[in-house]
Write a protein that binds this ligand. Structure first.
Ligand code: CA
Length: 455
């Protein structure tokens, strides 16, 4: 009996030993920008907006030329990123409305966010910036696996310290007064002294310094360059070469983000942890249709399912671990961030919540010739739009858009609708979309517009 016990022990040590050998605990930083146009970073060809620090992530890492988000506006896109799953599976099919007394309007507690997945394998997590995953106390970051929160709960915010006057969302008298709340550090309201983007960068650096010796996950969700267009004189002066006032202000907001990214990369280097830190950079959706942001040759904008709404600037850097200065061209998704982090750390994923995202490491390091996703899907419940990308084929079927079929290899700008010549093929894809849609549920909260914000 003793012998058998010893044998079992030995076998367990072997198994555990092997498992530990394969798991790694690098730090993870996800830098998310808000409404940043596809071509408004240097690494995607911008010439008037300079982003030398953001470009380092692509130049010293891998640029995704076909990097997608799961929805064309903020809230649902972030829900997909943070859970690694199509957010329609759990009813996050529209922007949540902003009401701290509402117990439905947020990311269901039955789901797990990156922070919650990484906690059991020893990570400390921080969200700095825009939350947008629910304002009721039960939905807030500190209840979702984040040890540290510095930012705001709603979908946007003003940038100047003097504008932030409310001590709670409930103090606001009209919609979008929630843009004027003071920031929260965990559950305490705080006054800020700097331009908001600089505040968020400074806090991020503080978190990195504090956690440098332990594995951390930092979700730095800048609200820039989301409206309102507001920038300091310093950042505006650095963009004097841009004549259009709105674009100059938008550019100045991106300059502030770029400075923050530069300070963060310098800090990683200074602390000697840059080789042990994987940094993602992306936007939550495409640039808006207001004339100041640019999606390059991509058709469409934020809130649309043309490429300009959902294909975003996207890159990842992990020195000495992933290829530097190369492009990865197969379609990937923001959902793959959690797939990758779980793959690297071997953090367990619950069987009842299988990820739609995958571990990108084997793909971007060339360990496999397979592709991460045969198909990517989108649905806007409110617009009645379904869309799909299968290899080079892009399908959109919507009340407003009608039936569209494009070959992205030949027509990245989605100009030539091939539907008439390929009705059968379109119909096949449409049936596939309808099958996928059966796995989704209706949105579990009311639309933002339906909320009168009387509270
Ligand atoms: Ca957005």
């Amino acid at each position: 009996m003793k012998y058998i016990n010893r044998l079992v022990c030995f076998a367990l040590i072997l198994v555990t030993g092997f498992a530990n050998a394969a798991a790694e605990k690098p730090n993870f930083i996800v830098i998310l920008t808000d409404d940043l146009g596809y071509s408004d970073v240097g690494f995607n060809g911008s010439t008037d907006i300079k982003t030398p620090n953001i470009d380092r992530i692509a130049n010293e890492g891998t640029r995704f030329t076909n990097g997608y988000v799961t929805y064309a506006v903020c809230g649902p896109s972030r829900a997909g990123l943070l859970t690694g799953r199509y957010q329609g599976r759990f009813g996050f099919g529209r922007n949540p409305y902003i009401d701290p007394s509402d117990e439905n309007s947020g990311l269901p507690l039955s789901e797990q966010m990156i922070s919650e997945v990484l906690k059991p394998v020893g990570y400390s997590s921080s969200i700095i910036g825009k939350w947008h995953m629910g304002t009721h106390p039960k939905f807030r970051p500190n209840n979702r696996g984040f040890d540290h929160f510095y930012g705001f709960l709603s979908g946007g915010h003003k940038y100047m310290p003097e504008d932030l006057i409310f001590n709670s969302i409930a103090e606001g008298k009209k919609p979008f007064d929630w843009y004027r709340t003071k920031l929260l550090r965990n559950d305490k309201r705080v006054d800020i002294t700097e331009y908001l983007t600089d505040e968020l960068s400074r806090e991020a650096i503080g978190f990195i310094e504090e956690k440098k010796d332990d594995p951390f996950f930092l979700y730095l969700a800048y609200n820039a360059p989301h409206t309102p267009l507001q920038a300091t004189k310093e950042y505006l002066d650095r963009n004097k070469h841009i004549k259009d006032k709105k674009r100059r202000t938008y550019a100045a907001m991106i300059t502030a983000v770029d400075d923050g990214v530069g300070r963060i990369l310098a800090k990683l280097d200074e602390l000697g942890i840059d080789d042990n830190t994987m940094v993602f950079f992306l936007s939550d959706n495409g640039g808006v249709n207001k004339g100041f942001s640019e999606n390059g040759e991509l058709r469409g904008h934020k809130s649309e399912y043309f490429e300009g709404g959902v294909r975003v600037p996207f890159a990842v850097r992990w020195p000495n671990r992933i290829p530097a200065g190369v492009d990865y061209n197969n379609p990937i998704s923001s959902m793959d961030i959690l797939g990758t982090l779980a793959g690297i750390t071997q953090a367990p994923i619950a069987k009842e919540r299988p990820l739609d995202g995958v571990n990108l490491m084997p793909f971007i390091t060339g360990k496999t010739d397979e592709i991460p996703h045969d198909v990517l899907y989108w649905r806007s419940f409110d617009k009645g739009t379904l869309a799909l990308r299968h290899h080079n084929a892009k399908v959109i079927a919507g009340k407003k858009e009608g039936n569209l079929l494009f070959n992205l290899d030949k027509d990245i700008s989605e100009k030539s609708n091939l539907y008439k010549e390929n009705k059968k093929l379109h119909n096949k894809y449409y049936q596939e979309l309808k099958e996928w849609e059966k796995e989704l549920i209706d949105p579990i909260f009311k639309p933002l517009k339906a909320h009168s914000n009387k509270k």
